[in-house]
Design a protein around this ligand. Structure first.
Ligand code: ZN
Ligand code: ZN
Length: 156
């Protein structure tokens, strides 16, 4: 599908959009690019990419089999990025998006304000659905700050 339009809906070809990210040829430069490439990774069932782009401390909490089954059984209908806040403090960003998919013959919309953190020069997704530290524990991103004063502050 290399010459096809990218599933992330950017309007670019997959080759010029998410493919180089999926193949680790380059890193996403913004949280929005990371968010888009994670959506297209779900569409293309690239579960390794989903895992690798989650904050390293959370990766072992992800259920690969569930992610694979979900990405395979879902009919993805499209992504719309509604808002990108590229810089919150020094190392954070947020992306608000709406993903549409069909499940059991019904069209569903998943609307989310996702949080991202930059660690070692790389953007990572912060997964709010896995067990998180308490607000006083050290942050998952390795900043050395308390969770509350760092990534936890972005999760509502
Ligand atoms: Zn793309
Ligand atoms: Zn943090």
């Amino acid at each position: 599908m290399s010459a096809e339009n990218c599933p992330c809906g950017s309007g670019k070809k997959y080759d010029d959009c998410c493919r180089p990210l999926h193949q680790s040829e380059r890193l996403p430069e913004t949280a929005e690019a990371l968010m888009r490439s994670r959506y297209s990774a779900y569409v293309l069932q690239k579960i390794d990419y989903i895992v690798e782009t989650t904050v390293p401390a959370q990766q072992h909490l992800l259920n690969r089999a569930d992610l694979a089954a979900w990405s395979r059984e879902t009919r993805w209908l499209g992504l719309e990025v509604l808002r990108h806040i590229p810089k919150i403090g020094k190392h954070h960003a947020q992306v608000e998006f709406c993903a549409r998919f069909a499940e059991g013959g019904e069209v569903c919309e998943h609307h989310e304000l996702s949080a991202f953190v930059q660690a070692d020069g790389r953007w990572y997704f912060i997964d709010p659905t896995v067990p998180l530290p308490t607000m006083k524990q050290p942050c998952i991103c390795g900043s050395g700050k308390k969770f509350k004063a760092c990534c936890g502050g972005l999760l509502g």
